[in-house]
Design a protein around this ligand. Structure first.
Ligand SMILES: [Zn+2]
Ligand SMILES: [Zn+2]
Length: 162
């Protein structure tokens, strides 16, 4: 299993190698580090909680960048409109279908990842079968939590005398 996480210190993304070799998660950009949560399973199977923050709520998703999917749709639409303009309806339709097919094939071959609701750390190379896709209710719960946390932080900052 390896992780992609967002560093809380410098806001950049780090992709680790196999976490079974490490006892600490560290940022490759600024050197921020934190030990893995106590008792967390780091071998190549199913993590029972997030390896960065210890949160048990994870969702499964395809490791497929949304922007890439959108790019395919746009490319298919543009090239098929061009064919349409030149009175080639069959070509136009074939182009659309080819892009749809390409999109589908990519989706199938892309691996699944587990994403933490709280810190958005991605867990790659894992068995995702016991996890569900993104749930909006749970997502909302964590979004509210994040807002409260930010408010509390801002409050705490105000109280520090100059
Ligand atoms: Zn960092
Ligand atoms: Zn997490």
């Amino acid at each position: 299993m390896y992780l992609t996480f967002h560093c809380p210190n410098c806001d950049r993304t780090t992709q680790t190698s196999d976490v079974a070799q490490f006892t600490e998660l560290s940022c490759e950009h600024c050197g921020w580090g934190r030990p893995f949560p106590e008792g967390v399973e780091r071998s190549n199977e199913t993590p029972s909680e997030c390896l960065r923050c210890g949160n048990p709520d994870l969702w499964r998703q395809k490791n497929f960048p949304t922007s890439l999917g959108l790019l395919f749709v746009a490319m298919g639409a543009i090239s098929s409109s061009i064919a349409w303009m030149y009175y080639r309806p069959i070509l136009a339709l074939s182009i659309l279908m080819a892009f749809a097919l390409l999109d589908m094939v990519l989706y199938i071959v892309m691996s699944d990842v587990l994403v933490c609701y709280r810190c958005r750390t991605k867990h790659h190379d894992v068995d995702v079968s016991q996890y569900k896709a993104f749930d909006h209710e749970t997502g909302e719960k964590y979004r509210q939590e994040e807002i409260r946390r930010k408010e509390a932080e801002a409050e705490a900052e105000k109280k520090i005398p100059d």
